[in-house]
Write a new protein. Structure first.
Length: 308
């Protein structure tokens, strides 16, 4: 429905002002902070997307995914029996089988997510993208993070973008599809809004800010615009689409701010792993460090926390 996006206007100064206000929100303290940090843990897509990934470091990542916070720290918070794990483990298609086997051996049901469709640039033929998606699903991925062709947005080919995402959605089959917009390369906030709408119309279960490989990744102005698009789509259709900021989110404070922004823009019902994820590779380490400080009153030495 191109009528939805034909007259879109984004008031950039107002969005930027709102984003600046968000940065000044008061930091939570004590048990409130610990509770929000544990909520953040359950929404993390624990990620490794490096050229030197091996079966062993994927296995280590999967073990950390099942045990994201040290057991004694959870016991001190009386949360040791709540089944706290991360939301998913995210890897390249070639490492999906390693992750599936490691999680199965660990006896947990954490889903494996795989990037696909020419990640991160999207500059591969559509046939190759679809084949990569199908292979990742065949290997056992239950979530697929596709990446759009930015050129279709920058040249205004909205119907072409819709068709591409529809074909990716079909290739995903039963797997959940997160559509990465690579917002840092879309040129304007209006394009971010339009691309968000097209991705949702084409059947995306989530829309995601970035690959983590762009110069500019998850920012608050972009997050505000994408969440307003999700809210508009929900009002128009009754369908809830998830949101995933990714790239550059490294600190516990940043994670809490994103959670608070989702609560403000979309409501408490979006604060679940089914509708909100944080794409991160180093964030969990800082969250665990902050929880360690909350419990013990001092920061952990390097050897006291398992690598995240």
């Amino acid at each position: 429905e191109l009528g939805w996006i034909s007259k879109v206007y984004v008031n950039r100064p107002a969005v930027v002002r709102h984003a600046e206000q968000i940065k000044k929100w008061r930091t939570l303290k004590g048990n409130w902070q610990a509770a929000w940090l544990l909520k953040a843990v359950t929404c993390i897509d624990l990620t490794t997307l490096s050229g030197d990934d091996t079966p062993s470091n994927v296995q280590r990542l999967c073990f950390k995914a099942k045990h994201p916070i040290r057991e004694d720290l959870l016991k001190a918070l009386d949360m040791h029996d709540k089944g706290i794990t991360v939301g998913a483990v995210c890897v390249y298609p070639a490492r999906v089988t390693d992750a599936v086997n490691a999680l199965k051996a660990a006896g947990c049901n954490i889903p494996v997510a795989s990037v696909a469709a020419g990640f991160p640039s999207g500059q591969t033929p559509l046939e190759t993208k679809l084949a990569e998606i199908k292979l990742a699903v065949e290997y056992g991925a239950r979530e697929i993070d596709i990446v759009i062709s930015r050129s279709l947005v920058l040249t205004g080919q909205w119907e072409g973008l819709y068709e591409e995402i529809c074909q990716c959605r079909k290739a995903c089959g039963e797997a959940h599809m997160k559509t990465i917009l690579a917002t840092g390369e879309l040129g304007s906030l209006a394009n971010v809004y339009k691309a968000s709408m097209i991705a949702m119309m084409a059947g995306s279960d989530f829309i995601k800010t970035s690959t983590g490989k762009e110069v500019e990744n998850a920012t608050f102005p972009v997050g505000i615009v994408m969440m307003r698009a999700i809210k508009e789509y929900y009002w128009q259709t009754g369908n809830k689409v998830g949101f995933k900021p990714a790239g550059g989110i490294r600190t516990a404070k940043e994670a809490i701010t994103w959670l608070m922004l989702v609560k403000e823009e979309l409501g408490v019902e979006w604060l679940t792993p089914e509708l909100f994820r944080l794409g991160a590779s180093s964030l969990l380490g800082d969250i665990e460090q902050q929880i360690f400080y909350h419990v013990t009153g001092s920061y952990a030495l390097q050897h006291e926390l398992a690598m995240a």
